[in-house]
Write a protein of this length. Sequence first.
Length: 344
Amino acid sequence: MREKVRKLWKLCFSDSKEFVDMYFHLRYNSEVNVAIESGDEVIAALQMLPYPMTFCGSEVPTAYVSGACTHPDYRSRGVMRELLSQAFGRMYRNDVAFSTLIPAEPWLFDYYARMGYVTAFHYGQRTFHLPADGKDTFPPTGIAWQFQTFTDYSEDAYQYLNRKMQERPCCLQHTEGDFRVILADLNLSEGYIFTLSNELGISALAIAYPDENLSVLHIGELLSDTPEAEHLLLTHICRRMQAETLHITQPLMKDQSAFNLGMIRIIQAKPVLQLYAVTHPEEEMNIDLVDEQLSANNGYYYLNKGKCMYSHRRIPGAHERLTIGQLTEKIFSGEKAYMSLMLN
């Protein structure tokens, strides 16, 4: 099966041989793969990569959809729709709370919306310019700063990344294994992890990679304890990489232009609503939920005073009829959700 899926991947995507080798060595396995075959040929496949996620004060399991593709001869026949339905069923049985993905093309946002996904991960971009005089813009503090550049695994760098990501209230997390995959991918793209440390440990971390022409340096993840530490690290990266500017992708800030990065879908409605009810005790909802792909989610949900009750039968009273996508939108409308660019 691995080689059949690999063959389909190479047909559908333009990734380098090195990346494909890395992906099928570090990411692919039979437990995460879902495929549809016609005869001896795989005509559609995807992988459900597990990522923990912070949500409503807890950590819940999610499945990130990666490598979703259909053989060109079988497109526009509903094959991918059937494949996603099969994947949702397996996710549900595996107690996955949410599914996430990053659409490869803008038109795919509408396609996945029809499968219950909503856009929840909004990011902004900014440009950092090396100070014209080559000096830092804040006074020295007397602290002995240390800069390090990594292409191999560093326990300190991973622990800092993990701690800072855990601070984000609704965020896909990276396990140690995920971090090693990030490093492998950075090695292929000639990228680096930069850190700034003092006697107390790491104070700022950035994941940087060049564009395809190696002419522009992008910061895909930037974490810091203080604005001063962030500025100092970015200044160092400019000097280290001989770059005048850095293009930084970051969680959306006020008055910043937004772009849509990723989407999310509820897989198990009941535990998600139970967590939501606990952290939003002021909200009261009577929901008549319809999920066209996962009938196990269909039914009536009642949120009141921090609790969620589920019933197959309608209880008298007014109900709000919602699709699974509308419910997902409602849950995340007031949340600031975080997804790393370093997903694959």
